[in-house]
Ligand binder design. Structure first.
Ligand code: PBG
Length: 332
């Protein structure tokens, strides 16, 4: 598209910014509660909401409280909730068996949400890090993160989540071949309507720090995740990953982190036209909250502006810890 602009004063571009009504009329993008996926942290116990110091305003909830949160989210018009478990250190092992335990925290929470808020979509995370004594997303053998054995474990985890009632499976592990392995297993087990939202372009990022506190993986992690998560310098590689995941049967794809990777969001949406999500990750959330708490920025304005940026870049959905707060604001 080549924009045509008359010369001044025939063109005064301020005219279409002159009043709230006209600004509403010419606005190109919109943000609504239906654009949001709310990531929440599950812990054991009952009646518990435990604050996470590095994520002000975010709590770890026991399963009963997760169900209450899902009811609230559904009422706010948030279409999906995404579960991350805070696993007791005693359940973290080298073989990560808790990951596919049908009664692990995630699977308990899926069932509780389905009973309490049947209309909200439940998304689950597939990766071994919450269960791994090494803190990695895959099995560690002689210091190497092994691919194929990890994929077999991820398939078991996927099936346990689908069995519990998950609607959307979110593989965040970045192993190769996992999408087709998971898709085939789901089809064979009769879960043909269970979707896969692939974390296709997930970067090895410093912005995940607070999340690792939230799931209790910070102390556990040996080394870094650079042999499986992407190099922040790369863009073409994101295209190859998305192309690969879509061709293996991913229903939706994700870019993660968010704001620092809007160029990737835009490129992926315009190249493939597939349902595309971005994850405004824990570090992005923490930075906005910290600056707002110090009075250095207007937290509400920056929250809304950051989320609109994802829509402008072409994203269909946004995973954000701000979800209920934004939805309350937008529904007012
Ligand atoms: C791990 C996983 C991570 C996040 C979601 N799933 C962290 C990591 O890769 O170390 C990060 C989310 C966030 O920072 O909000 N499979």
């Amino acid at each position: 598209m080549t924009p045509t602009v008359a010369s001044f004063p025939a063109a005064r571009l301020r005219r279409t910014r002159s009043t709230p009504a006209i600004r509403d009329l010419v606005r190109e993008n919109s943000l609504g509660s239906s654009d949001l996926i709310w990531p929440v942290f599950v812990r054991d116990g009952s009646g518990i909401e435990e604050p996470i110091p590095s994520m002000p305003g975010v709590v770890r909830r026991s399963v009963d409280k997760i169900a209450e949160a899902a009811v609230e989210a559904q009422a706010l018009g948030i279409p999906a909730i995404c579960l991350f478990p805070y696993t007791d250190a005693g359940l973290k092992t080298e073989d990560c068996a808790e990951a596919w335990n049908p009664d692990n925290l995630t699977n308990q929470a899926v069932r509780a949400i389905k009973a309490a808020a049947p209309d909200i979509a439940v998304m689950t995370d597939v990766a071994l890090d919450p269960y791994n004594i090494n803190g990695h997303d895959g099995f560690v053998v002689n210091g190497e993160i092994v691919n194929d054995a990890t994929v077999e474990a991820l398939v078991k985890m996927t099936l346990a989540q689908a069995e519990a009632g998950a609607d959307i499976i979110g593989p965040s592990d970045m192993m190769d071949g996992r999408i087709s392995a998971m898709r085939n297993a789901l089809e064979q087990a009769g879960h043909s309507n269970v979707m896969i939202l692939s974390y296709s372009a997930k970067y090895a990022s410093g912005y995940y720090g607070p999340f690792r506190d939230a799931v209790g993986a910070s102390g556990a992690l040996n080394g870094d995740k650079k042999t499986y998560q992407m190099d922040p310098a790369n863009s073409d590689e994101a295209i190859r990953l998305v192309q690969r995941d879509l061709s293996e049967g991913a229903d939706m794809v994700m870019i993660k982190p968010g704001i620092a990777y809007l160029d990737i969001c835009h490129r992926i949406k315009s190249t493939f036209g597939a349902p595309t999500c971005a994850y405004q990750v824990s570090g992005e959330y923490a930075m906005i909250q910290a600056a707002a708490q110090n009075g250095w920025i207007d937290g509400e304005q920056v929250m809304l502006e950051s989320l609109m940026a994802f829509k402008r870049a072409g994203c269909d959905g946004i995973l954000t810890y701000f979800a209920p707060e934004v939805a309350r604001l937008l529904n007012r």
